[in-house]
Design a protein around this ligand. Structure first.
Ligand SMILES: [Fe+2]
Length: 368
């Protein structure tokens, strides 16, 4: 190995007393197969406040890194057993937070540049000035500090955002839950209806190839689609006889009312909100509240409309004498294909029923 000229060493550092280093000082690993050159570096780095550990080659260096949490490695390139290039490669994969500065002879500058490409913080060319080493090391550590701080900041932010998102979701679900409970108290016939509509919608949607976030929103929309009924008079909601035209009109204000209640809460789930507003739209344009027709009605609302009707027909409602079987309800939905319901959705409902994917959820109690 070439012995470098130590311009600043002979007169200043080599004879200076080594200052005591704090036990909490960061560790610096000096890797060189030439003990005298290691001593020069140890002296310099101790003077700069590091606890120094040493290794004569890459293999020893990795052993030292297992024992000491070094923040900095100064490594020669040419060494027996494992050279500096291979050592750098290993450190990058095993200890990515360690800053590595390569010490290299002029003849090896090309290799040193390659070292930068695989993650060395910097390199110093022999013969070096100690001040140059100091400056490179300071830069490498500054860069390492920034990377670590940046990562901690980002992780902190991500954690903070995740905590807030979880809290918001909890608050949101609590609000929706209390609304749903209030509605159930007011209208016992709604109990279980929302859960069933959510389930039927989900089965139909999946058979139409929908998944992921859309499916999640469809399930949520099913749960809350009738929330607006909270604003409907109890005498109308629970009326056992047929509704008058005025009463029907009153009850059918619930999609718009529900949308008004939930719009501030469901801003991030527009598909769920679409179900609340548009589940009583009809394919032929004669529905409420907007008189939308065909593809103007969001697909998720077309699906929920069929699921809603399916549950209404198969449930015991105050204004209907008795519930239908699944086959009868599906036949009725099929009869209304192209008028009340989207033919594509009807096809999916029929297919799901035929394949046994759509089965009625048993109702708890007698009149849920
Ligand atoms: Fe409804």
């Amino acid at each position: 190995m070439t012995v470098p000229a130590f311009a600043n060493l002979s007169t200043s550092s080599s004879s200076a007393a080594i200052l005591p280093v704090s036990e909490t000082a960061p560790y610096c690993l000096i890797v060189d197969d030439e003990p005298r050159l290691r001593q020069v570096m140890v002296h310099l780095m101790r003077g700069d406040g590091f606890q120094c550990i040493e290794a004569g080659n890459g293999v020893e260096a990795l052993q030292q890194l297992e024992r000491y949490p070094a923040s900095l490695v100064l490594s020669d390139l040419r060494m027996p057993k494992m050279d500096g290039f291979e050592l750098l490669r290993q450190i990058r994969s095993l200890y990515p937070d360690v800053a590595v500065v390569m010490i290299t002879a002029v003849a090896d500058v090309e290799i040193a540049v390659n070292c930068l490409a695989i993650g060395a913080a910097d390199y110093v060319i022999k013969p070096y000035q100690l001040e140059d080493v100091r400056a490179r090391v300071a830069q490498a550590l500054e860069k390492r500090r920034l990377i670590l701080e940046n990562r901690a900041y980002r992780e902190g932010l991500e954690e903070q955002v995740a905590v807030q998102a979880r809290r918001l979701e909890e608050l949101f679900l609590a609000s929706v839950q209390s609304l749903a409970e209030a509605l159930e108290l007011k209208d016992p016939y709604t109990r279980g209806h929302s859960v069933r509509v959510s389930h039927y919608s989900s089965v139909i949607a999946r058979s139409m190839g929908l998944d992921g976030e859309m499916l999640r929103q469809i399930e949520l929309g099913g749960h809350v689609h009738d929330i607006g009924k909270i604003g409907v008079r109890e005498s109308v909601l629970n009326k056992a006889d047929r509704l008058t035209a005025d009463e029907y009109e009153h009850i059918m204000t619930h999609p718009l009312l529900g949308w008004r209640i939930l719009a501030p809460l469901l801003g991030d789930t527009p598909n769920a909100l679409n179900i609340v507003r548009s589940h009583h739209e009809r394919y032929d344009g004669r529905g409420v509240p907007d008189g939308l027709k065909q593809s103007e009605i969001p697909l998720e609302a077309r699906i929920a409309a069929a699921a809603d009707a399916l549950d209404a027909m198969t449930s015991d409602r105050p204004y209907r004498a008795s519930e239908m079987s699944l086959e009868m309800a599906v036949a009725e939905i099929k009869r209304c294909s192209g008028t009340q319901f989207d033919p594509g959705v009807v096809e999916a409902v029929v297919g799901c029923a035929e394949r046994g994917e759509l089965t009625l959820i048993p109702r708890l109690g007698t009149r849920d």
